[in-house]
Every structure is written in C-alpha cells, then in structure tokens.
Ligand binder design. Structure first.
Ligand SMILES: O=C(O)CCC(=O)C(=O)O
Length: 259
C-alpha cells in the first residue's frame, strides 16, 4: 500500500506514515499549469546537451522561473516545516532526466558518499528530506518510476546483495500522475527504475536539510537570482543574517507566511 497524503499541512496520519514507511506520496501537489511549465523548463535545460543520457542538473530554479516556486511550494512546504522545524535550507535540487531505454539505477540511500549518514547513527537520522515532483506521467510501472523499500530508513542492517532487485518482495514502485510529489527520508533505499517509454522521464527533486549541511548543487547562490527572488526563498537558500555566533541563538526565523 502506497502511503498517500494530501497537499498542505502534515496530518498526524501523514506523520505516522512517513515515520513508518519513510516516504509520502502527494497526488496533485502541482497544478497542470505548473507541470506543463516545469516540464518545458526541464526539457529546455537538458536539451542544451546533445545526447540521450541520464543526467541531473542542479539549481535549476536560478535559471528557470517555472522551477523557482518549488523552493517553497505551499503543497509541500508546510510538511517540510512540520518534519524539520523552522530552521532548514534547500541544500540541493536536481532536475533529473531519465532517458527512454534507461535500464534503472542501483539501489542506494542518499547523502554524502564520502561519509554516509548512516555512520552518524542507526537507524539513520533524517538529514535530507527530499521532495521529487513528477513532471512526466509515471502512473504505471516502467515509466522510469522511483522504487522504494518502505521502512528501510529504520533498518539497522544494510540491504543484502541479491536477489535481483526486481525480486525484492517488499519493494514498492511509486506510481503517480504528473504533478505528484514524492517526499522521502534520505535513508530509504530507493532508485529510479527502467524507462520503457519512447520519451524521457523528468522529476524535479528539491532537498531540504539542516542549515549546517553544505549545499551540494551549487558552490554559491547566484547573486542576481538572490536579488530578484523573494525574502523567504533567499532565507531558504541559506542567506541568513548571521548573529555573533553561528548556529547558536539569535537567528531570525525565515519569513514564513504565518510568521
Ligand atoms: O530521479 C531519479 O530517477 C532518481 C534520483 C535519485 O535516486 C537520487 O537523486 O538520489
């Protein structure tokens, strides 16, 4: 059973399902207009490369106005706040293209490959809260869908090698129409699966984390983008006024609408 929620604030049941499964699926997080504009933007970004490869492009919101609202989208941001509190940043973002004929990724947890988050503690603490917005249809399997092992963020044992991935009986292929959001804990074992369609699959991932984790999709924020975006988005990109001691008290909260 897919842990399904609704856009907006995090209900107690959604919190519980997220805790148990490690992810939530939110149909209709984006309107059809937002999907259409986001998909055009994703295609434009990837079409600058003359190939048919699997690829992730970081900080797409700086270049594409249709991606920018996903930094603080009201369908999902209240849930991010409910899970991370009020002090967090958009630590990375990846506009992901899975080409026609792609055979699938390897299973993995997210985070720093150099220093895996599961070294911090077991079960792996929540460090990256990921939100993947489906820009193309994934309502059936074999459309480049994400596949998850529910609850694997809470497992102390690493995932064994074999049986072949498609035979893991507890794995769940996430299906959803364009505009669906998949919110997940970085510790859930997951991967993108095969794309048997004759067109590429696009997901825009937005990754939220505590403010002490350095951004991984950018070396610095683009000053021009900072100037033209909103105060809340600037804050979510980590552009905070720094009081006398970093990460002690005294930081103003990001200017959330209800602050
Ligand atoms: O978008 C995808 O297909 C998978 C992305 C992913 O697993 C990742 O960024 O860690």
């Amino acid at each position: 059973m897919i842990p399904v929620g609704k856009p907006g604030s995090l209900t107690e049941w959604e919190r519980y399902m997220f805790d148990v499964a490690g992810y939530l699926v939110i149909p209709d997080a984006l309107t059809s207009f937002e999907v259409e504009a986001g998909l055009e933007a994703a295609k434009r970004l990837h079409n600058q490369f003359d190939d048919n490869r699997w690829r992730q492009i970081g900080a797409a919101y700086e270049k594409e106005p249709a991606i920018e609202p996903l930094i603080d989208h009201p369908s999902v941001l209240p849930k991010v706040r409910a899970l991370l509190g009020d002090y967090f940043i958009l630590q990375s973002s990846w506009c992901t293209r899975s080409p026609s004929g792609f055979t699938g990724q390897n299973w993995h947890q997210d985070g720093s490959g150099l220093y895996e988050f599961r070294r911090l503690a077991l079960p792996t603490p929540l460090v990256q809260l990921r939100v993947g917005y489906f820009l193309t249809d994934q309502s059936q399997p074999n459309m480049g869908n994400m596949i998850m092992i529910p609850g694997s963020h809470n497992a102390a044992l690493p995932k064994p090698q074999g049986p072949p991935d498609e035979e893991i009986p507890v794995a769940e292929v996430v299906c959803g129409k364009p505009g669906t959001a998949l919110i997940f804990h970085q510790g859930v074992f997951h991967c993108g699966t095969q794309n048997e369609m004759d067109y590429p699959r696009f997901i825009q991932h937005m990754v939220y984390a505590p403010p002490w984790l350095i951004p991984s999709d950018r070396k610095q924020n683009d000053p021009e983008f900072l100037q033209r975006t909103t105060p809340l988005r600037r804050a979510l990109l980590g552009e905070w006024e720094r009081p006398d001691a970093p990460f002690a008290g005294g930081y103003p909260k990001p200017p959330f609408p209800d602050a």
